[in-house]
Design a protein around this ligand. Structure first.
Ligand code: RM4
Ligand code: MN
Ligand code: MN
Length: 428
């Protein structure tokens, strides 16, 4: 079952294929001069994938307002449909990362089948202990895994274990844990004891992990807490992951650092200690802006992938990071944002593959600073769009994902079928 008409995609591609062939061949000749086989790069790109967040399928909002659009999804079933559109066109987003209890249903085996029928699987399950739910026994106003209240900590542990159980039914193998725990005032909580409480509660979650599962610890510098956060940075994250055990890894959300922090270096550090577990891709100008990947600082995204390709070639304790988009689409159609973001992410991966690593390493070893930098610059400035488009078209996707999506009139059609979303505020 396909969500969009295959004929529509084929017809759109037919209009573009001659130009693509020309561009691909020209790029192939250019890369061959540098000793690179374009088809081999294209095959690596074809094997690349990044998960999409279920919550990213709806229009996001800020704490001030949310501006829904007609036809946006209102439940996990409709979100899966939209994610299937992204996958059908892009062919790089075959998995959806669900968030609980936002995506709660009665029958998870059924949900898994529903997703499979749409050509989708499930990625990391995300727990939510940063928000109270109707009827919840204990508030998270005092924190969750690090709360001073034992019953609240127990409730947060239980929720994470429930997420693992749901994830097992969905075919996931990672639990992503981001807690909003922290303080707004100096003196509000004791830094050491709040981390102790977090570690103790997190170890109970860790103990419930199935053998082949990982617990991905996601750090974030601030927000919702604005003075201190319990797992605020990669240092706290790796220390916690080391204390919890080998199945605990660190997840890097690109928007969760202090401005100007060298994130690519953090990637290299985490990998060095076998603790690089995954990514949340987005872009940021000021803080956790959750803007579209590569829209603000595409060079940083490239440098991150440069470290990832380097890490892959030098696996320390293995190399298996899970890649996911985590964005809030406040002013765009979420499908369009995720199509464009998936392309930006895959493009940076492709550019990182083009880096002449022998030249880079030789320049590094010889302290030839300019040529080391040029090894990166040469790859960064190559337009890899034809490689991405060729990989997509060979997999049944669209050459021009955005134009084909608009031509499908998906959103307009859904606006007739789906119930309108209420106004309001909030991140999702
Ligand atoms: C957080 C963090 C988490 C995401 C929530 C919605 O800032 O990025 O990954 O689950 O937002
Ligand atoms: Mn995130
Ligand atoms: Mn975030």
């Amino acid at each position: 079952m396909t969500v969009l008409s295959e004929d529509l995609i084929a017809e759109a591609n037919a209009r573009e294929i001659a130009a693509l062939d020309e561009d691909y061949d020209a790029l192939g000749r250019k890369l061959a001069r540098g000793g690179l086989a374009i088809d081999a790069i294209k095959d690596r790109v074809a094997a690349f994938s990044v998960a999409v967040p279920s919550w990213g399928a709806g229009r996001g909002g800020t704490r001030f307002a949310k501006f829904p659009i007609p036809g946006e999804p209102t439940n996990i079933h409709e979100k899966l449909e939209d994610c299937a559109v992204i996958q059908q066109l892009s062919r790089v987003t075959p998995r959806v990362s669900p968030h609980f209890p936002w995506d709660k249903v009665g029958d998870y085996k059924g949900l898994r089948q529903e997703a499979a029928a749409l050509g989708l699987g499930f990625d990391a399950v995300n727990s939510n202990t940063f928000q109270d739910q109707p009827g919840q026994a204990h508030t998270y106003a005092t924190g969750s895994l690090s709360s001073t209240v034992a019953a609240t900590r127990a409730q947060a542990v239980e929720h994470n274990i429930e997420c693992i159980e749901i994830g097992q039914q969905l075919g996931s193998r990672d639990l992503t844990v981001w807690v909003g725990d922290g303080t707004n005032f100096p003196g509000q909580q004791d830094f050491a004891r709040s981390l102790d409480r977090y570690l103790e509660a997190a170890s109970e979650v860790y103990a419930a992990l199935p053998d082949d599962w990982r617990m991905l610890l996601e750090h974030k510098m601030f927000e919702p807490a604005f003075y201190s956060t319990v797992i605020s940075d990669w240092g706290s994250s790796i220390l916690a992951a080391q204390e919890l055990g080998p199945k605990a890894k660190c997840l890097v959300d690109l928007g969760h650092h202090a401005p100007n922090v060298n994130i690519e270096q953090i990637v290299a550090r985490l990998h060095r200690f076998g603790k690089l577990g995954g990514f949340h891709f987005n872009d940021s100008k000021y803080g956790d802006d959750d803007l579209d990947s590569g829209s603000i600082n595409p060079h940083q995204l490239f440098l991150v992938f440069n470290e990832l390709v380097e890490a892959e070639q030098h696996p320390r304790d293995g190399f298996d990071p899970s890649y996911m988009i985590d964005q809030s689409h406040n002013v765009t159609d979420p499908i369009e944002s995720m199509l464009a973001s998936a392309e930006a992410i895959t493009g940076c991966f492709a550019k990182a593959l083009l880096v002449d690593r022998a030249a880079l390493h030789a320049a590094q070893d010889g302290n030839d600073t300019m040529m080391a930098f040029q090894a990166l610059r040469r790859a960064y400035t190559i337009d890899v769009a034809p490689i991405l488009a060729r990989a997509r078209v060979e997999a049944g996707g669209a050459i021009d994902v955005l134009a084909t999506y608009r031509e499908s009139r998906w959103r307009e059609r859904k606006a007739q079928e789906r119930k309108p979303v209420g106004l309001g505020a909030g991140i999702v």
